[in-house]
Design a protein around this ligand. Structure first.
Ligand code: NAD
Length: 499
């Protein structure tokens, strides 16, 4: 079995010591081994990024954009192979993996506009012969720590813009599916990124802690579960770093009585069960308003679920594949059991699903709960699996209150044909990303991405101009050039004003 390498200073680096297996979840067996970095490896990666920074920050933005553009072309040329690798280690279907990669490429395309994105602000004559301007400068060595569920897209959310604006980067991807991030870094080298501009180190808490406490790392972007996001936010901030830490989610889909139910059933099926529910923007909770809407929705979901095909990730006809590990499958099954114990009605039970010929794969069938109540822990916590929970509401206000009062506030969707209700909902709901008849409202690369409440810690989001702001610091210069050498300003002992 091969061992995946770190990529430091342009070289693949093997490491003895601690390691962990990487599985193919469709087969339910280990396919590779990944090392778990010790402090020395992390220090070497940070040193390599530090050495690369002075020349990279001096490289004109238009030249850095050319590297990103070649990287985009290489991603497109290698699309199928990268998608296969995503699919092999993650378990999502090939088609879904291609979609993920496309979303990552869109972030790289955004980064290609870096000369425009870095244009600063300028004011002439803010005072007599005084001009003032602000520009956006890179931070230096920065880091990204990413989850298993998007091994290509989320690293590219981060390093696409971070590197384009002139930083050098240390990426610590998930140890569950670490091959793709290394491949991305190899393609960055091929695209012309100098050695040390993008380093990839594998590992667990030891590696994360070494990054969070290293004085040369200026900013950390994290995406993962909420408790760890909170820990990363606190530890990074205590070590004087700028931190954005995106956490878990429990997104609700509100269905008003006038919604187009044919479309709702299609949208819910994909958003609740697609990628085996392992998306932070999945819709694991549906809130039909009124008994008639709830009864119809339940009946139609019960009819829809048997049409869903669960298969190996290479099965072109499969709607979704296995979950990432055996432990995660058991955790999901545990939450289903918990829901039953708490008194919710388990209408469809996916726990006994087994795929013929792939009995060892980490598959779990679609499950559906009805009469889930807000007080239940299976409602309050993230399950991150193919489980849809129906929480019935009597009124619009009751439906609006559910996602608004939930501990997570990543995404929410409303299904209706009533523009006034949709507009009111979007304005008042206490959640960061809202879909109106859009089940998975993941913002495009040039709009900001980020949840509220326990779905994100820190003040600046991913994507778009917020991403540019996160990865840069603003410098403001005030300059005076008198008309003649004889023109001297008098001493002033009061704060300067223009009066
Ligand atoms: P995770 O929190 O287990 O792991 C995320 C990263 O943290 C990995 O790189 C991992 O190695 C590292 N890590 C794990 N344990 C750690 C510890 N004790 N100390 C320090 N670092 C540690 O998350 P996951 O299971 O890989 O991903 C799924 C989670 O990510 C879900 O909760 C999902 O909602 C969330 N997610 C959120 C978003 C978002 O934008 N809000 C996007 C994708 C995924």
């Amino acid at each position: 079995m091969s061992t995946i390498a770190h990529l430091i200073n342009g070289e693949l680096v093997q490491q003895a010591g601690r390691s962990t297996p990487v599985f193919n979840p469709s087969l339910g067996k280990p396919v590779r081994e990944v090392p778990l970095a010790d402090q020395d490896i992390i220090r070497a990666a940070i040193a390599s990024a530090k050495a690369a920074f002075p020349a990279w920050r001096k490289t004109p933005p238009a030249k850095r954009a050319q590297v990103m553009f070649r990287f985009k072309q290489l991603l497109e040329a290698n699309r199928d192979k990268i998608a296969q690798l995503i699919s092999e280690e993650h378990g999502k279907t090939l088609e879904d993996a291609v979609g993920e990669l496309q979303r990552g490429i869109e972030n790289v395309e955004y980064a290609c506009g870096v000369p425009e994105l870095l244009k600063g602000e300028y004011n002439r004559n803010v005072g007599p012969n005084i001009d003032s301007w602000s520009d956006f400068q890179p931070l230096g060595v920065v880091a990204g720590i990413t989850p298993f569920n998007f091994p290509a897209m989320i690293p590219m959310w981060m390093f696409g813009v971070a590197i384009a604006v002139g930083n050098t980067f240390v990426l610590k991807p998930s140890e569950r599916d670490p091959s793709v991030p290394v491949r991305l870094a190899e393609l960055m080298l091929e695209a012309g990124a100098p050695n040390g501009v993008l380093n990839v180190v594998h590992g667990d808490k030891t590696a994360v802690d070494a990054i969070l406490t290293h004085p040369l790392v200026h900013a950390v972007s994290f995406v993962g579960s909420s408790d760890i996001a909170h820990y990363v936010y606190q530890t990074g901030a205590a070590n004087h770093k700028r931190v954005q830490a995106m956490g878990g989610a429990k997104n609700h889909g509100i269905v008003l009585p006038d919604a187009d139910m044919d479309q709702v059933i299609k949208d819910l099926s994909g958003a609740a069960y697609g990628s085996a529910g392992e998306r932070c923007m999945a819709l694991p909770v549906v809130v039909p308003v009124g008994k008639k809407t709830a009864d119809e929705l339940r009946e139609r979901m019960v009819a829809e679920i048997p049409t869903m095909r669960v298969g190996v990730s290479t099965d072109a006809g499969a709607h979704y594949g296995p979950v990432v590990t055996a432990q995660h499958r058991d955790r999901i099954a545990g939450w289903i059991e918990k829901g039953v114990q708490e008194g919710a009605e388990l209408v469809v039970d996916g726990r006994d699903f087994s795929l013929q010929g792939h009995e060892k794969g980490y598959f779990i069938g679609p499950s559906l709960f009805d009469h889930v109540k807000p007080g239940m822990s299976s409602y309050q916590e993230e399950i991150f699996g193919p489980v849809l929970q129906i929480v019935r509401a009597e009124t619009f206000e009751e439906a609006l209150a559910l996602p608004s009062n939930h501990q997570y506030g990543n995404g929410v969707a409303i299904f209706t044909q009533n523009g006034r209700a949709a507009r009111d909902f979007a304005a008042r709901v206490n959640v960061g990303m809202v879909g109106i008849n859009v089940p998975i409202p993941v913002p495009v690369a040039y709009h900001t991405f980020g949840g509220w409440k326990r779905s994100a810690f820190g003040d600046i989001n991913q994507h778009g101009m917020e991403g540019v702001r996160f990865w840069t610091k603003t410098k403001t210069v005030t300059a005076r050039w008198p008309d003649s050498e004889l023109e001297h300003a008098d001493s002033s002992f009061v704060i300067p004003t223009m009066r």
